[in-house]
Ligand binder design. Structure first.
Ligand code: NAP
Length: 281
């Protein structure tokens, strides 16, 4: 069967270009958009993400303010900075790069961010708004997956959608977004009985299980759309996803690759959320 490769890189570039134009239009009206990015400690993977976020801001014409705090920063020091940024009218979005060092309570930090500046969409108020269909910021990775599907002309309404994974940042908001798009949604997790039997019902299968190449061809219905959220490095230092692309792709009608699928969409949707923040401030 021939299948479509969903080109996340191209779609993410389209979205960033749209953001760039909107930022320029705001600038003409005298409105600047500023994102504050906070990193605590020097985790190398986090540093790469932070650098990419700053680059994307630059591309879109937004200002990024960078706060690189030492590993031993206290909970209170971090909260003081967040409160200062909450009160600063020039700051539209606040992003705290996760994970945080063990001595800092991530939940309390997320809750300290003003929901109007919560461009990551992790604040309980943002999640609650998504749940009851009210406007608010949506977590970037699942929001990016909806864009991938829509811009690839893949219909969601009425489809059997199966999400593997129920994390707060991917699985749960993903399920809510698919529901909002009128999909019939099932969420699987580590206690799901007979995972294969459930995934084989899926017209659209979203895989966020966090295990390299876990999903093989025998989990997938002929003609399904498969979205691979996973990012891992294998023994050869090459990137791979949660899906075993070689055995799955032939069975699908469309599939995202790793790299170049969901990954680039996360930052593009962060830019989209930053642009959206102007309406909320
Ligand atoms: P996570 O917090 O580790 O969640 C994994 C989920 O998979 C959990 O809900 C877990 O169930 C479920 N699970 C584990 N083993 C299972 C099994 N055998 N059968 C069924 N379900 C199982 O991961 P995450 O943060 O959602 O991330 C998932 C993947 O996406 C990771 O590879 C991560 O690196 C990647 N990711 C990529 C991006 C991006 O920008 N592309 C962004 C975020 C994450 P329980 O809840 O029962 O434990």
């Amino acid at each position: 069967m021939s299948y479509q490769i969903i080109d996340g890189k191209a779609i993410s570039e389209q979205i960033k270009e749209e953001c760039r134009k909107k930022v320029a239009a705001y600038k003409e009206k005298g409105i600047e958009i500023t994102l504050a990015v906070i990193q605590v400690g020097a985790d190398p993977a986090s540093s790469v993400y932070v650098r990419n976020k700053k680059r994307a801001c630059e591309f879109c014409g937004m200002t990024s303010l960078s706060y690189e705090l030492p590993e031993e920063t206290t909970h209170e020091e971090l909260l003081t900075l967040i409160r200062k940024l909450n009160a600063d009218d020039k700051v539209n979005g606040i992003l705290v790069q996760l994970p945080l060092p063990k001595h800092i309570d991530e939940d309390l930090v997320i809750q300290a961010i003003d929901p109007k500046k919560d461009v990551d969409g992790f604040h309980p108020q943002s999640v609650g708004a998504l749940c009851i269909g009210q406007p608010g910021f949506v977590s970037c990775t699942p929001a990016g997956i909806i864009e991938l599907l829509k811009r690839s002309n893949i219909e969601i309404a009425g489809k059997e959608c199966v999400v593997i994974g129920r994390s707060n940042i991917v699985g749960k908001p993903m399920a809510l977004l698919l529901l909002r798009e009128n999909g019939t949604v099932t969420v699987c997790h580590s206690r799901t009985k007979d995972l294969k039997e459930v995934t084989k019902r899926a017209d659209i299968l979203i895989v966020a299980i966090g295990k390299p190449k876990f999903i093989t061809g025998d989990y997938v219905k002929e003609g399904a759309v498969v979205i691979d959220v996973g990012i891992h490095r294998n023994e050869d230092n090459k990137l791979c996803g949660d899906v075993d692309f070689e055995s799955v792709a032939e069975k699908t009608s469309a599939i995202t690759p790793v790299p170049g699928g969901v990954g680039p969409m996360t930052i593009a949707m962060l830019m989209h959320n930053c642009v959206g923040s102007v309406e909320l401030i």
